[in-house]
Unconditional design. Structure first.
Length: 150
């Protein structure tokens, strides 16, 4: 007699409280890797990491960015700490996100590059035509100077 197979739970439970002391902002719970909108967030993170590590050309992100984000991305790709050196390819260690309001996702990523660990953050905004576009990107380290910073 064959026993029917039991399917494991799809995802582990997600914490909805703030991991920081003193609590967080109500309604803005950070979600961890298992609960992220997996269809596009993982893919976009990999595209972004490819550009920031020098494995993809910056212009490949033109249609995925809006406003100043493309300039920030180009500057970070040139000056950022994720440039591939000595065969060490950066990899995504963890992704989390929050939704400050409908149509906006702020993602935070831990990136491993050899024996180094780096933080990356980006903001996606849902624009016209059902497309998500990057509106800002930051890496731990130097920031792009603003035109009014002299």
């Amino acid at each position: 007699m064959t026993r029917p197979r039991r399917r494991p739970a799809a995802r582990p439970p997600v914490r909805h409280d703030s991991p920081r002391p003193g609590g967080g902002l109500p309604g803005r719970a950070a979600r961890t890797v298992g609960a992220a909108p997996r269809d596009g967030l993982d893919h976009f993170t990999e595209l972004l990491l490819g550009v920031l590590s020098g494995q993809r050309p910056v212009h490949s992100m033109l249609r995925h960015t809006v406003g100043r984000a493309y300039d920030e991305l180009a500057w970070l790709a040139e000056h950022g700490p994720l440039r591939t050196t000595r065969g060490t390819r950066p990899v995504v260690r963890a992704i989390g996100y929050c939704e400050p309001r409908p149509g906006v996702i702020e993602a935070f990523v831990r990136v491993g590059a050899g024996d180094r660990l780096c933080a990356m953050a980006f903001r996606l905004e849902h624009g016209s035509g059902s497309r998500w576009r990057c509106a800002a990107v930051e890496l731990g380290g130097p920031r792009m100077p603003h035109a009014d910073d002299d």
